[in-house]
Design a protein around this ligand. Structure first.
Ligand code: HEC
Length: 164
């Protein structure tokens, strides 16, 4: 085979390969209702929908209030449920925004474990003390995270529909 013929054959094979790859890529287009059609676009949209740390805080704030009223009701099962879900919400939040984890050290390693112990005692007085400490630690983190205008005070009005 002449050199020029060989080059033509190589070029043709290359073009066929590229063409089939492009077709394969096209076939990977996914049909969805609204989240996108290309893989990368879908991943970007999922991340955007999960959002950052404020979503975590909206959830933590709700669970914090529920935890308070659970303690008032001496509904220890519900209190423990909320404590666990605060831990989980924070873990998910730190996965999305790892830069916030360090400021939450005392909240995660001291204040929340103290709440767990207080729940186990089923003593409203011990729980109240642990809860006051938890509230202070929420605000400590806000100060460290440059959101000192987000003060945290113990709930006064009950929104919870759960009752003992
Ligand atoms: C990492 C340390 C940290 C801890 C611990 C923490 N927060 Fe936050 N919180 C933040 C940051 C940072 C923001 C601002 C989020 C943003 O800008 O996306 C915030 C925002 C908030 C908001 C406003 C959310 C909104 O967008 O409407 C509330 C409410 C809140 N926190 C409540 C609490 C409560 C209650 C606790 C304790 C049970 C708590 N936070 C513990 C860091 C923390």
């Amino acid at each position: 085979m002449k050199n020029s013929t060989l080059i033509v054959v190589i070029l043709l094979t290359g073009m066929t390969l590229i063409n089939s790859c492009q077709q394969q890529a096209k076939e990977e287009t996914i049909k969805t209702e609204w989240i996108g059609s290309e893989k990368q676009e879908i991943v970007n949209n999922i991340e955007f929908q999960f959002q950052g740390f404020s979503r975590t805080m909206v959830e933590v704030s709700h669970r914090y209030q529920e935890l308070y009223w659970a303690g008032q009701d001496k509904n220890w099962g519900y209190a423990e449920y909320q404590r666990e879900h605060i831990v989980e919400a924070l873990e998910q939040g730190f996965m999305r925004r790892p830069e916030h984890e360090e400021s939450a050290q005392s909240f995660v390693t001291v204040a929340l474990p103290n709440i767990e112990k207080a729940i186990q005692t089923e003593d409203p007085q011990i729980f109240a003390e642990a809860f006051t400490n938890l509230t202070t630690t929420c605000y400590t983190c806000h100060q460290m995270e440059d959101v000192p205008f987000m003060t945290v005070t113990e709930p006064k009005i009950r929104h919870s529909i759960i009752n003992y």
